[in-house]
Each structure stands twice: as C-alpha cells, then as structure tokens.
Design a binder for this molecule. Structure first.
Ligand code: NAP
Length: 294
C-alpha cells in the first residue's frame, strides 16, 4: 500500500485502541479491492465531538467508533440511521454533505453472520444473555426482526427489567420476558435460539503470561436441552464453554468472529458504495482467525 496525495483516510476512535483488529480488516479490504485508502487507529480520551468534527474537516471518508464513545458521538452527527437511533449507539460514521451519518454496523454484522448460518430470527423464540452495550443492540435487532418471543437473561435482574422497558417503548406488542441467570432452566417452550452477549466467556491474559479461561454464564442443563442454535459474541477463545455446552447437548454453536468481520464489511460497503465479494470476505476472515489465535 503506497500513501500518496490522493489517499483518503479512514480510522477508528476509541480508548483503548491498541488491540483493535479493524485496521487488519479494512486495510486488507482496500488492498484486495485496489482502493486508495488507509485505515488508522486513533486514541481519543475525551471531547469526542471535537474529534469527529475535526475528522470531517480533515476530509476523512469515514470512521468507526468503539468503546467508550458509541453514545457520546451521537450529538456530533448530521443524521442517524433509525435503528442506530433506537439502540442509542453508533459504531460507523459515513461522510455526507454536511457531516457524518451514524450507523450501527455491529448489528448489521450480527444479522449477516446469522443469515450466513441460515438462522433467521423472524418468528423464532430467542434468548438474549446479558444486558451490556452489545446486548442492548442485539435486543433491538431481535425486536426489529420480529422474533416470536424474547427472553432477556442477566446476572443483575434489574438491568434486564430496564432493557425490557426500553425495547417495549419502541416495540410495544413484542412478548418479552426476563429471567435471572440462576433461573435459565425456565426458558419458555418454543425458545430454541440463544445469543450470548456477556463477557463471562472471554479468556483473560495475565501480566505473567498465564491465561485464565472464561466461564459460561449459564449453568442449568435444562437451558441447553432447549437451545438448538447459539451465537456467542465472544471470539477469544473461538470455542467458549457456553458453545461447548450447547454442542454437547446437540445444538449448533458459533463464536462472534464473523460478526466482527461483517460489522467491518458492512461499514466498508457503506463508505465505498459497493458490495464486498464473499471470497474477499473469506480471505479477511482467515487473517482475523490467525490474528486472534496469535
Ligand atoms: P459490557 O457492557 O461490559 O457487558 C457486560 C455484561 O456481561 C453484563 O450483562 C454483565 O452482567 C455480564 N457479565 C460480566 N461478567 C459476568 C459473569 N462473570 N457472569 C455473568 N454475567 C457477566 O460488555 P459489552 O460491550 O456489552 O460486550 C459483551 C461481550 O461481547 C464482550 O465479550 C465483547 O468482546 C463482545 N462483543 C463482541 C462483538 C463482536 O463483533 N463479536 C461486538 C461487541 C461486543 P451484569 O449486568 O450483571 O453486570
């Protein structure tokens, strides 16, 4: 990749950004597609609005936004996609005439990852585990895709109740239940798909070089007997304990690496007004797998 006078800049703002895999995704896409673009990590501690306005003034083609700025960025946008607005979090900024338009491609990426596995949400009973930023977005995706029933499970039940209330404001007819993780065995009949959105399954790398494995947030065997398809947003490790337990009970389970891939692909497509061919997506996925294992 040669940087020249015509090269346009893309980047991700967040803190920390040192371990981001987004440059790998986007710079590989530009290389494969022959685009004169460069993608860089940009650490922003505070004053996100100034950073976004500055990037626009500097003629950036687009930006990604990561933790902790996905909400704070919203006032700096010229417009926002309706689903991203309902979720209240934006991770992709697309240049338009008077500023950046905000999207949530985390959720578009998950939708594409599920479609790839033939797991449509529409008409299906879904269990959502967790109530953090990622889970909130997934709850809105489930509602928007018209699941037949949604059950939100969380360690802190009050947060599950609050998320239920938020979703019902926009989707008042949706059947939504809440369960404490300790009651996960009481999942309603007809709920056979689960999306795991807690960080419990992530492995932790300690300063002495040792690795502490993650755990599954759900222990009840009755839960696993019901789940036929599961998607775990965690991708380090690539087979979490949660996935293992779903598979041992006879269900299908996948890790979040292709969600990470497709959130990037969806952003790249919005910036460049193109469709990334599947064989190029697969090449990027192979690189991501290597990077994650390393
Ligand atoms: P977050 O806001 O910190 O969410 C934390 C959630 O995890 C809360 O519901 C919390 O429960 C729960 N939790 C944490 N430790 C737990 C434990 N030991 N047992 C049970 N529940 C526990 O994080 P986030 O931003 O939503 O991200 C969640 C996970 O999704 C992370 O692992 C992140 O890497 C992953 N993610 C992946 C992608 C992708 O592209 N694949 C995208 C976004 C996020 P309480 O409410 O009770 O504290």
């Amino acid at each position: 990749m040669e940087i020249q006078g015509t090269t346009r800049v893309l980047g991700v703002i967040g803190n920390p950004v040192e371990h981001t895999l987004s440059p790998l995704i986007h710079n590989t896409l530009s290389e494969e597609l022959g685009k004169d673009l460069i993608y860089v990590p940009l650490r922003v501690d505070q004053d996100v609005e100034t950073a976004v306005r500055g990037a626009y003034a500097l003629n950036f083609l687009g930006m990604n936004v990561t933790v902790p700025h996905k909400q704070a960025v919203i006032p700096a946008l010229s417009s926002i996609d309706p689903l991203a607005q309902r979720i209240g979090a934006v991770n992709t900024l697309v240049r338009e005439e008077k500023g950046f338009r905000g999207y949530n491609t985390d959720i578009l990426g998950l939708k594409r990852a599920l479609a790839k596995r033939g797991a449509a949400l529409q008409g299906r009973g879904a269990a959502l585990i967790g109530c953090g930023g990622a889970a909130r977005a997934v709850a809105f995706l489930c509602a928007d895709e018209q699941v037949s029933e949604l059950t939100i499970l969380n360690r802190t039940i009050e947060k599950a109740e609050a998320l239920r209330g938020e979703v019902l404001k926009y989707y008042p007819d949706l059947k939504i239940g809440v369960l404490a993780l300790s009651e996960a065995g009481n999942l309603p009949d007809g709920t056979d798909l689960a999306i795991q959105c807690t960080s419990a399954g992530m492995e932790k790398h300690l300063p002495d070089g040792s690795i502490v494995p993650g755990v599954s947030p759900v222990t009840a065997p009755a839960f696993y007997e019901k789940i036929r398809f599961a998607y775990d947003l965690v991708y380090r490790p690539s087979r979490t304990e949660f996935m293992q337990r779903v598979q041992e009970a006879g269900g299908e389970a996948y890790c979040g690496l292709d969600m990470l891939l497709y959130q990037g692909i969806c952003a790249y497509e919005l910036w460049n007004h193109l469709t990334v061919p599947e064989e190029i997506s697969e090449k990027v996925l192979k690189k991501l797998e290597k990077a994650v294992q390393a």
